[in-house]
Ligand binder design. Structure first.
Ligand code: SF4
Length: 101
């Protein structure tokens, strides 16, 4: 399925989107830079029947940011993984050893 959200037919096609709650309350989740919000947005997309067309339309439209079709767009590129803010440590942090009983 391929639909453009800007025409009448396309708008109807997106009615089944999991993120479409009619209030826009989820927008902050889908455009957040917080890793936990991004993960929640991707989880919502995982159950969406429009996942693939959503991704294709976002890619074609060159969306700069946000979670679209279960994938994260950042500065116009699709990221496999979003790193946390700040520099990575120069020395790997030691593994936390499990306490034995
Ligand atoms: S794939 Fe995600 S962003 Fe796209 S319509 Fe579905 S829930 Fe919304």
């Amino acid at each position: 399925m391929r639909a453009d959200v800007n025409d009448d037919e396309g708008a109807g096609a997106w009615a089944g989107a999991e993120c479409r709650d009619g209030t826009g309350a989820l927008a902050s989740l889908f455009f957040s830079e917080q890793l936990d919000d991004i993960a929640r947005a991707k989880a919502i997309c995982a159950g969406c029947p429009l996942r693939e067309p959503c991704f294709e339309v976002a890619r074609d439209r060159r969306e700069p940011y946000g979670v679209w079709g279960g994938r994260l767009f950042f500065k116009g590129k699709v990221l496999a993984v979003k790193r946390p803010r700040g520099r990575p440590p120069k020395v790997a942090r030691p593994e936390v050893a499990a306490l034995s009983a």
